[in-house]
Design a protein around this ligand. Structure first.
Ligand SMILES: [Zn+2]
Length: 104
């Protein structure tokens, strides 16, 4: 179910929902949107920020997630081929206030 007030970002031409980083619920515009500035977030968790900030954090999360996936792939290959090992973390080391549902 997609609500029109929910926030989404487009990644490689595909729309993804922005979710609350705490409870994974879709975030939406909070309160009346004044011209130019909107506030968005998760009311339940009081996880609310400026819409531009929410989008910036969601994009940052997406970028981080892509890096992690590449590392996970590389490390999976490294298990079979001893010569190729990749160092690096495969999990997020920071908590994102806003995340993106990357499942299509
Ligand atoms: Zn929440």
């Amino acid at each position: 179910m997609k609500d029109n007030s929910n926030i989404g970002i487009s990644i490689n031409g595909v729309d993804h929902s922005v979710l609350c980083g705490i409870c994974q619920a879709p975030v939406s515009i909070v309160g009346p949107s004044n011209c130019g500035s909107s506030t968005a977030g998760c009311v339940k968790c009081a996880n609310i920020a400026d819409l531009q900030e929410v989008l910036a954090m969601a994009i940052e999360f997406t970028r981080e997630e892509e890096h992690l996936r590449l590392r996970q792939l590389a490390q999976g290959t490294g298990r079979r081929r001893k010569a190729m090992t990749v160092d690096g973390r495969t999990t997020h080391d920071q908590v994102f206030r806003f995340i993106v549902d990357l499942k299509v």
